[in-house]
Design a binder for this molecule. Structure first.
Ligand code: ZN
Length: 385
């Protein structure tokens, strides 16, 4: 049996130190109790009436301590005694085979032994086919990204490659090279989120959060001579307040095709095919004149209402048609910015289009509010699993 820690004096610091050691020793002993006989050995070592550790402490320290130290020593002693007795209670219960589960049983000798027995029994049985299976929820792609991938896949099947670009853009790529006149309303801070503190920079170098995926058109043409067929999916930002159909952050898929002899017919045929691939072969398309700075002529494309088939319903405001995307023939002024790379508008032509992914997702899944896509509410999202 190990001896008691040596006491230099009966100061509180010295006593604290001594009882700390004793408590650590007691817990170490407890840790080694793996059977009934070991639990009994623990009880004898600490609580044995003749030579248990507690009896020894009482004889050696409590009786010898000077009067002024007894109160504090008594406190520490009782504290240790109560802790040990708590475990001893479970030993006694164990010895008698009683079904007493003491407080905090998992950390008591009894609790730990029972747990070990249960574990051993379980591992002996190995497989319990009556246990219910573990349900592991499997994550799926967010509906917006799923639709974005679907759109991209439709164009990939037509031979388009996929391009990406930075979300933080310069004014040059976001506006200037796309033929936005200097005072175009889209350049207004009302619509565009500019990065702060750039007043000393030249206007074309100022950074902003891209308002569309169109800057990647120029970035692609700078790197790649014609022909080009590319789709550009990505996140864009506008200073729009959140409402049922608008969000300050949303996704677009942009497309660009440049080659010799590309005409508006190619644009119409390509988009008509894409819409049939996305919404079903019965969908019709039609084009209305529109305006975008980087295309000339420009058009808005509508699809026949996917809900009523064109008869007219609440969703299409009883018109039978739903506006879906903007498109047009690439403005020769845009080619001027990349002329050095083979984009001579007297020899080549092209078309571009851009669509909002959220808008198409709202239509495809008949969701009423755009916010539902961003709230991260599992009850909403798991419908798409
Ligand atoms: Zn309709």
């Amino acid at each position: 049996m190990s001896t008691l820690p040596k006491l230099v004096d009966y100061s509180e610091a010295e006593l604290d130190q001594a009882f700390k050691k004793l408590t650590a020793e007691m817990y170490a002993d407890l840790e080694n109790c793996n059977s009934e006989s070991e639990a009994e050995a623990f009880r004898i070592k600490w609580l044995g009436r003749k030579s248990g550790r507690l009896t020894t402490i009482r004889e050696a320290w409590l009786k010898e301590a000077p009067k002024e130290a007894r109160r504090y020593l008594g406190l520490l002693f009782n504290n240790l005694r109560e802790t040990i007795e708590e475990y001893a209670v479970s030993n006694v219960a164990l010895a008698k085979g009683a079904q007493v589960v003491p407080v905090g049983s998992a950390s008591t000798v009894l609790g730990r032994i029972r747990q070990r027995e249960a574990d051993a029994k379980l591992s002996a049985e190995r497989l319990d086919i009556t246990l219910p299976g573990l349900q592991r929820p499997v994550g799926v792609k967010h509906p917006v990204l799923r639709v974005q991938d679907e759109i991209v896949a439709v164009f990939k099947a037509m031979g388009y490659s996929v391009g990406e670009g930075p979300e933080v853009e310069t004014d040059y790529y976001n506006f200037e090279s796309l033929n936005f006149p200097p005072n175009h309303p889209a350049r207004d801070t009302q619509d565009t989120l500019f990065i702060a503190g750039q007043d000393s920079r030249p206007a074309r170098d100022r950074l902003l959060l891209r308002t569309h995926t169109s800057p990647v058109q120029i970035r692609t043409m700078e790197k790649q001579s014609p022909p080009v067929r590319i789709v550009i999916p990505g996140k864009v930002h506008r200073n729009d307040p959140l409402d049922a159909t608008h969000s300050p952050v949303f996704h677009q898929v942009e497309g660009l095709a440049v080659d010799t002899n590309i005409t508006f017919c190619d644009l119409k045929g390509t988009l008509d095919h894409a819409m049939k691939a996305l919404f079903g072969s019965s969908v019709k398309t039609r084009f209305y004149p529109s305006f975008f700075p980087f295309t000339e002529p420009s058009a808005d494309m509508q699809v026949s209402c996917i809900f009523c088939g064109g008869k007219g319903c609440r969703k299409c405001k009883f018109s039978g048609w739903i506006e879906l995307l903007g498109c047009g023939m690439v403005d020769p002024n845009v080619f001027e910015f990349v002329k050095h790379n083979g984009y001579d508008s007297s020899k080549i032509s092209g078309f571009a289009f851009g669509m909002g992914v959220e808008r198409i997702t709202l239509l495809k899944y008949e969701v009423e509010e755009i916010q539902l896509f961003y709230e991260g509410d599992v009850r909403f999202l798991e419908q798409f699993a």
